[in-house]
Design a protein around this ligand. Structure first.
Ligand SMILES: O=C(O)c1ccccc1NCC(=O)[C@H](O)[C@H](O)COP(=O)(O)O
Length: 211
């Protein structure tokens, strides 16, 4: 069964839609430039609606310890997802927090997969995400995809997840091509940047189950 992370949730209704549709992981973004950024109070309220057995994932961009601690306290995070964070720092965060920790690897070319090897021993899971353009406001959540064929034959050093430009129309093909054990979506289940859409969330989860 393919696991599903719906990322960038910020309202009770769309969180509820993700849980009802069968998401195994729900993501809360702690990065103020993002249209999906949640404050600690909002994150706290959302987290209370997540039952045991579903993972609450905090998404961060090279965070300091204070931000991680505040977010963990507010949202009782199960997983820490780190973008643009050096492997040594990822390892330190993992050791300090004791939380399951994911390292995002931005992929455009096969050489970018070296970043996954560097996470061996530092993270619990690699999240392959599409590389965003130089100077982009966000390192993820931009609806961009990479060539899934780059993963063909690659020996994954850790458990892994696929993200970047997935939606209800392409996720079954993505799973068929890559055999991803976990898929992660944000823009593909939105009606506008940062605005999650319950119908699209349901369609995405239904497509994953049908894959
Ligand atoms: O989604 C964001 O706004 C975001 C901001 C800063 C760092 C990471 C962010 N998203 C990370 C994710 O896990 C997204 O789900 C992933 O990048 C896929 O996004 P999309 O291509 O929009 O489905």
């Amino acid at each position: 069964m393919t696991l599903i992370k719906i990322c960038g949730l910020s309202t009770p209704d769309t969180l509820s839609a993700a849980l009802a549709a069968g998401a195994s992981h729900v993501g809360f973004v702690f990065f103020p430039p993002s249209p999906r950024n949640v404050g600690f109070d909002v994150a706290n309220g959302l987290a209370q609606a997540v039952p045991n057995g579903r993972a609450k994932v905090g998404v961060f961009v090279d965070p300091d310890d204070a931000l991680i601690d505040a977010a963990m306290a507010a949202a009782r995070l199960n997983v820490i997802q780190l973008h643009k964070t050096a492997p040594e720092r990822i390892a330190a965060i993992r050791a300090r927090t004791g939380r399951e920790t994911w390292g995002a690897v931005a992929v455009k070319t096969r050489a970018d997969l070296d970043g996954a090897r560097a996470l061996s021993g530092a993270a619990d899971r690699v999240l392959y995400d599409a590389k965003t353009p130089p100077g982009a406001a966000l390192p993820g959540g931009m609806g961009l995809r990479f060539d899934w064929g780059l993963l063909d034959g690659f020996r994954h050093p850790l458990p892994w997840a696929l993200s970047g430009g997935l939606d209800a129309g392409n996720v079954a093909e993505a799973i068929r091509v890559t055999r991803a054990p976990l898929v992660d979506v944000s823009s593909g289940v939105e009606s506008a940047p940062g605005v999650k859409d319950a119908a699209r969330i349901l369609a995405f989860c239904t497509a994953v189950r049908g894959a």
